[in-house]
Design a protein around this ligand. Structure first.
Ligand SMILES: *Cc1c(COP(=O)(O)O)cnc(C)c1O
Length: 455
């Protein structure tokens, strides 16, 4: 049996899947400052109307424009691989499959939505995009996409990553993007934080505030903002992952997975792989679907499910989501892409409905899983991805103990070849286990207790 399945160019999915269409209970709408649902017009200074239409769409299937597919063909369809060496090492009867999103030019799943967003903005007549980035994967993905469709790209990069991961900054410059450390002196929001907390490691919440501010304050009206995760249209663009994986599992002669796993920062790679399977679960199939996150930033496992802002300055609408509070600043762990205080409203909804479960892992456990992976399968995974691998290993061991031939599928969201500093520190024994103290969490959640509650 081969340990990898590719799809041909014409087998690529031609439509994205929108989970909203299959939800039993409707998704809770974003609220404006007045506590009332916002109208699409209110988002128009931030996003182009064609993206806003996708954000609020109720359609189950949305056509992928041919010009977007043309770009995606550079690396898609991505391979589905079977982790036979890890299986052997674990002596598990489980079959472990992983969807390899690390083969994209930027090295993660993020170009899937970056290309789509850049293309829709270009169609709408926009000239320049601003965005935030944590570890730099999103910034580099957007710089790449903007270059291909002919847009300028400005990236606010969380300070701790800007310093820890200088090569992603280089990658952005290679693709013509302009990257600054956040908090920066270029925006009101940034200057305010720098004054209050000069030594802050930065956070995605701060960088989002800066990027939105710069987009909406451009007097030419030709700048918009782009978000790499969290929002419905981002989850939508990523479903190409799960739709391809379904076709590939069939070629492996598997009828369905028993367990589907992804790491969740804002939720997009997890949603991208899992939502087509969540659809099957809604329609009666039995399956475990697990999102994993760091114990340092445990929005799904310890956060509150309520309305909250997506950014520190409170510029975004209130989103119904699992959140640690929009002022929460996580410890500078190496899985930068998972250091976000909130969670996609769609993923949050599915968790609340019992369709998805969540689990948290600390960074030592994750790097341990990453080394096991590298020493069996050979590939060096992103620190974010190691949270999915840790869960896949746990599930494979459980299958061994129960003597069950389970089918485990997880998303290999990216490679770690630009994250070697984290590996170096782990190998030197310099990393510590970190559980978010209850007191810090309570203090952060206290600040959002006046926001509307979710019934
Ligand atoms: C950004 C990133 C993540 C986390 O973001 P999601 O939107 O939750 O997918 C996970 N893995 C990698 C490799 C990333 O770059």
């Amino acid at each position: 049996m081969d340990n990898k399945v590719y799809l041909s160019r014409d087998e690529i999915p031609k439509q994205w899947y929108n989970l909203v269409a299959d939800l039993k209970r409707p998704l809770r709408q974003p609220l404006g400052p007045d506590g009332k649902p916002i109208s699409p017009d209110q988002l128009a200074p931030v996003f182009p109307m064609n993206i806003i239409e996708q954000e609020v769409s109720q359609e189950r299937w949305i056509d992928i424009p041919e010009e977007i597919l043309e770009i995606l063909y550079r690396w898609r369809p991505t391979p589905l691989r079977r982790a036979v060496y890890l299986e052997k090492h674990l002596k598990t009867p489980a079959r472990i499959y992983y969807k390899d999103e690390s083969v994209s030019p930027a090295g993660s799943h993020k170009p899937n939505t970056a290309v789509a967003q850049a293309w829709y903005n270009k169609q709408f007549g926009i000239k320049r995009l601003t965005t935030e980035t944590g570890a730099g994967q999103w910034g580099s993905a957007l710089a790449f996409a903007c270059h291909l469709v002919g847009l300028e790209c400005k990236v606010f990069m969380v300070r701790v990553s800007y310093e820890q991961k200088p090569f992603r900054k280089t990658l952005m410059r290679v693709w013509g993007g302009n990257c600054v450390s956040s908090p920066s002196n270029e925006t009101e929001a940034g200057r305010k934080i720098l004054k209050e907390m000069p030594d802050t490691p930065g956070s995605l919440g701060i960088a989002i505030s800066e990027a939105i501010e710069q987009a909406v304050s451009d007097p030419s009206g030709e700048t918009r903002y782009s978000l790499g995760s969290v929002l419905n249209h981002v989850m939508l663009h990523q479903t190409i992952i799960g739709l391809e994986a379904k076709k590939q599992l069939k070629k492996f002669k598997e009828s369905q997975p028993d367990v589907v796993i992804g790491c969740a920062g804002g939720g997009s790679n997890f949603a991208g792989l899992s939502f087509p399977f969540v659809c099957d679960k809604i329609h009666g199939k039995s399956m475990e679907i697990i999102g994993t996150e760091p114990t340092a930033c445990p929005s799904l496992t310890r956060g509150a499910y309520r309305y909250d802002h997506g950014d520190i300055a409170g510029m975004t609408p209130l989103l119904a989501m699992y959140t640690l509070g929009h002022k929460f600043i996580p410890e500078p762990i190496h899985a930068g892409g998972l250091r976000y205080h909130g969670m996609s409203p769609l993923v949050s909804h599915a968790v609340c409905e019992g369709l998805i479960k969540a689990r948290a892992y600390d960074q030592l456990r994750c790097f341990d899983a990453a080394l096991t992976w590298a020493r069996t399968e050979g590939f060096v995974c992103a620190p974010e991805t190691s949270h999915a691998i840790a869960a896949a290993i746990d599930e494979a061991i459980k299958a061994r103990e129960e003597g069950k031939k389970k089918v485990i599928l997880f998303n290999y969201s990216g490679h770690g070849l630009l994250d070697l500093l984290g590996y170096e520190k782990y190998l030197n024994g310099e990393l510590t286990k970190y559980e978010l103290p209850q007191k810090k969490l309570d203090e952060s959640l206290d600040q959002i207790m006046h926001f509307p509650e979710i019934e």
